[in-house]
Ligand binder design. Structure first.
Ligand code: ADP
Ligand code: MG
Length: 603
């Protein structure tokens, strides 16, 4: 082919690909335009995950009659004149590309009236061509309606994810802006249903609680700090909310950062947040954070990428230090206040620390640990005392299931409980010496096998919650609960819609009877959100592990002889009694020979 300059419409479609990647990018650009227009009311209405229709109305300034068609032209903007203006930019937009790009790949209409004009305009564009323009009597502000997105770029359409994923992405965009602009009232409707609403009262706390869910927000602390820049560098302010060490996630998706009102992605700053939690969170766990970072506009370059999600700092270390110090300081204050006021400090984040200590069994790699116990079932001369094969007791309550289950073959020798060490390990005697059993790991193993079995046979015992128990979650999690209703039911959780993003917890697995089941549900949702391949069995196993981990007796819990014996009786009949569901050992065996050697009785 000879070299030719591409036709205008081809160029437009190619360029559109940079700005408009998916329905959520349209939502993002249109929200930004509404914010730039000074709106304090933004209404977002989506049909069919945004492919069918995205309609955004605002009560901002509106567009002047003679400028409406110009607004649709590429590189037409009211926000920037000269390159120097980039230094002092206070608007979210400046490239003049969004409307041109969106209109090139959809059927779009704009209905708008400038607040200083009496008559409004309505314009229709089809794949970039204006097909109709007329005057309209409408209130001041702008309504942009985008239909049949990507109708003329089938390749792009093919690359879209499932409806649910696209919907979640839209939700993420909307909630990000809600947090950045608490003084704006946002309403999000999807397929006619209201999914999210902010009150516009200007309180960041209100919005963060809505976006992350009240049950998570309760475990967050407020941070506020200013890093003073020296040698001509500016001051940087950091404001927002971060999680207490009791609240964490296994991914970084809840570290949400804004610079001068713009949601950004920045690995270094993410790292600053994570570093502030040094030693306060277990490895592989990440905090929640919503941070508003403010600095003079000439110290950040937002003109790095068409979607404006990445920025460059003139002095990256400054922002890093500001974020890290502000959070660290607040966390240390929080932790020391807790330690001082409340000896029950042990009840909250030490739970994780307990786990840590019990996981570090010796210096083996705990995850690959395989018990090398030598089992000696038929040791001559061993006559154990008989104990009834009763149900065991957890935290003083009888576990209501497991009763009447067919007796399983024995996988450990009969063990006799002698006592407890450090309220953590059970000491037992068996035919071949002494056994130290980790009470938490052992109980977890027992629960896990029973729960898995009842799950497989569709026989999970559930229990009605006695008082009204509600759970307020993020809008994303609320959708997830609805999508995964069936799976949650099968696991014994019955959650009923109870107001916006709130559920009444009607039934829970019986083994969670005396436990904060909301916490277990939140953890379960985290797993569900991360389940990328819907290989159902795997996720269910993971969820069941959560439930069991939470329901098991803890290290540090003093157990009666009966309770200990109950645990041992059941462990003896587990399929894999040597490890907990995470693969860590449940017991350590000291053989008679080993003991004799230690005491110098053997040559
Ligand atoms: P940019 O936001 O980078 O300027 P856009 O293509 O998004 O580029 O918008 C082009 C122009 O159209 C804007 O500069 C603005 O003047 C006008 N405009 C777009 N949306 C709105 C709106 N909701 N209210 C008022 N003016 C708008
Ligand atoms: Mg714009």
């Amino acid at each position: 082919m000879p070299i030719q300059i591409l036709a205008e419409d081809v160029v437009a479609r190619i360029a559109a690909g940079e700005v408009v990647e998916r329905p959520a990018s349209v939502v993002k650009e249109l929200i930004e335009n509404a914010i730039d227009a000074g709106a304090d009311n933004i209404h977002i209405d989506i049909q069919g995950s945004g492919r069918q229709q995205i309609r955004i109305s605002d009560n901002g300034d509106g567009i002047r009659r003679q400028e409406v068609s110009l607004a649709l032209t590429r590189h037409a903007t009211s926000k920037l004149r000269h390159t120097e203006d980039l230094e002092t930019l206070t608007t979210l937009g400046f490239r003049g590309e969004a409307l041109a790009s969106i209109s090139a790949v959809s059927q779009l209409s704009i209905t708008t009236r400038h607040r200083h004009e009496d008559i409004g305009t309505s314009i229709r564009v089809d794949g970039g061509q204006i097909v109709d323009e007329k005057s309209a009597g409408v209130p001041a502000g702008t309504v942009i309606n985008v239909e049949n997105l990507f109708f003329n770029t089938p390749a792009r359409l093919k690359f879209l994810k499932s409806d649910n994923t696209e919907k979640r992405q839209i939700m993420t965009v909307v909630t990000r802006y809600t947090m950045a602009y608490p003084e704006i009232r946002f309403v999000l409707l999807q397929d006619g249903r209201e999914l999210f609403r902010s009150n516009g009262r200007g309180q960041l706390a209100d919005v963060v609680a809505k976006v992350l869910g009240l049950d998570n927000f309760k475990q967050m602390i407020e941070v506020s700090g200013e890093e003073v820049g020296r040698d001509g560098y500016p001051n940087i302010q950091v404001q927002g909310f971060v999680s207490q060490p009791s609240l964490s996630r296994s991914d970084r998706t809840r570290i949400i950062l804004f610079i001068n009102g713009r949601a950004i992605q920045d690995n270094r700053l993410n790292h600053a947040v994570i570093q502030a939690y040094h030693t306060l969170l277990m490895k592989g766990r990440y905090p929640y954070a919503v941070l508003m970072i403010a600095m003079p506009t000439n110290f950040v370059d937002v003109n790095v990428h068409p979607t404006k999600a990445e920025v460059r700092f003139q002095k990256p270390d400054l922002a890093f230090v500001a974020v890290q110090r502000t959070i660290r300081k607040a966390l240390l204050e929080y932790v020391s206040v807790r330690e001082f006021h409340d000896t029950g400090y042990g009840a909250e984040f030490p739970r994780k620390q307990d786990d840590k200590t019990f996981w570090s069994t010796g210096n083996r790699d705990a995850d690959t640990y395989q018990s090398d116990l030598v089992l000696d079932y038929e040791s001559p001369g061993y006559h154990p005392r008989q104990y009834p094969d009763d149900t065991f007791i957890a935290g003083g309550t009888e576990i209501p299931y497991g009763l009447g289950m067919p007796e399983r073959p024995r996988t450990l020798p009969l063990l006799r409980v002698i006592g407890q060490v450090g309220a953590t390990y059970i000491v037992a005697e068996g035919p071949a010496g002494m056994y130290l059993i980790d009470q938490h790991a052992a109980h977890e193993r027992i629960m896990y096998e029973k729960f898995m079995e009842s799950y497989r046979t569709n026989d999970i015992v559930t229990q009605q919650t006695l008082e009204l128990q509600t759970l307020n979650v993020s809008p994303e999690d609320a959708r997830l609960i609805e999508e995964k209703q069936e799976l949650l039911q099968a696991l014994g959780f019955n959650l009923e819609a109870f107001g916006p993003n709130t559920f009444a917890v009607r039934r829970i697995p019986a083994l969670l009877a005396n436990i904060d089941s909301n916490e277990v549900i939140l953890q379960t949702l985290e797993d569900l959100a991360q389940d990328k391949t819907p290989g159902e069995e795997a996720i269910e196993e993971k969820l069941i592990q959560h439930v069991c981990k939470r329901a098991s007796v803890k290290a540090g819990q003093i157990l009666s002889l009966d309770e200990m014996q109950g645990i041992i009786r059941q462990l003896e009949r587990c399929e894999s009694p040597h490890t907990c569901p995470h693969g860590r050992p449940t017991l350590i065996h000291l053989s008679k020979d080993q003991l004799a050697r230690e005491f110098g009785r053997l040559g």
